[in-house]
Design a protein around this ligand. Structure first.
Ligand code: IPD
Ligand code: CA
Ligand code: CA
Length: 262
């Protein structure tokens, strides 16, 4: 099956899962439980994941699946689906209308994310891309911004939910970049931060301590929109390595210079 067909399938199931998210958004019977003191999950995360994992397994019985809430199938196949059934659970559980479904398909052979789909059901925005096929928002091609310098750039970032001392807290990077950029936003969804960078709303984004399901889809969407995606040191991005810097390409070196040694 071609990447484009996988993308269209992913778009269809992401939209259906978006309907599941909307059914629980600001609903009185949505149940919250705690994975740790600062990390929550809802029954809607689980319902969305169950649906997505079942659909992918039915359509592609040979593909591997790694999903945030535990859905997993690992046969070392070439293609692996990274599934975030609800990115930004914290926003969702607080009634803040910025969250999404994120589906990324990674090729172990190519060491590249080859399909990415992110769906924000509140704003009905479907971001998608496949390797060498361009990036789209609701079917219309999207491109990164043309801002040339960091000082005129609107950036985005996020802060890890894990408070343990082994985890980076991102405070040093934040305090270095705040004075040398136009501003920094923290909307609470890594997948949407990446998609907003892909369509030029943000000029760049970085975040440490992320999981592959947070980044995989958004990474290929940024690349296909003409942007650059790397690790903090400018090295090759792979979803299993827990950090990302994604920009319009023009400001990439400047951003990397500030965060590489933090
Ligand atoms: C979180 C969001 C957030 C990021 C956190 C992630 P979740 O995902 O992407 O923006 O800062 O690190 O864990 O847990 O809501 O799917
Ligand atoms: Ca996530
Ligand atoms: Ca999630």
């Amino acid at each position: 099956m071609f990447m484009e067909d996988i993308r269209h399938f992913a778009e269809a199931i992401a939209k259906e899962a978006g309907g599941i998210l909307l059914s629980g958004f600001r609903a009185h019977d949505t149940q919250i439980s705690y994975k740790s003191a600062t990390d929550i999950v809802t029954n809607i995360d689980k319902e969305s994941e169950e649906f997505l994992v079942a659909e992918v397994a039915k359509k592609f019985p040979r593909h591997d699946i790694i999903a945030e809430e535990g859905g997993e199938r690992n046969s070392k196949s070439d293609l692996v689906w990274y599934i975030d059934p609800l990115d930004a659970t914290n926003n969702f559980a607080h009634g803040i209308p910025f969250f999404c479904v994120s589906l990324g398909v990674f090729s172990r052979r190519l060491q590249k994310v080859v399909v990415g789909v992110v769906y924000d059901p509140v704003h009905n925005e479907l971001f998608s891309a496949h390797h060498k096929g361009g990036a789209y928002l609701n079917g219309v091609p999207i491109h990164v911004s043309k801002i040339e310098h960091l000082i005129g750039s609107l950036l985005a970032t996020g802060f890890p939910v894990n408070r343990s001392s082994e985890c980076k807290d991102n405070l040093e990077e934040f305090s270095k970049l705040a004075p040398v950029s136009m501003g920094i936003r923290r909307i609470g969804s890594a997948a949407l931060d990446l998609c907003y960078t892909a369509c030029g709303r943000f000029d760049g984004y970085w975040e440490p301590e992320l999981k592959p399901w947070d980044m995989a889809a958004g990474a290929v969407i940024v690349e296909e929109a003409g942007g650059t995606v790397t690790r903090y040191n400018g090295g090759l991005f792979v979803p299993e390595y827990p950090e990302i810097v994604a920009t319009n390409g023009r400001i990439h070196e400047e951003v990397v210079r500030y965060i590489a040694n933090s």
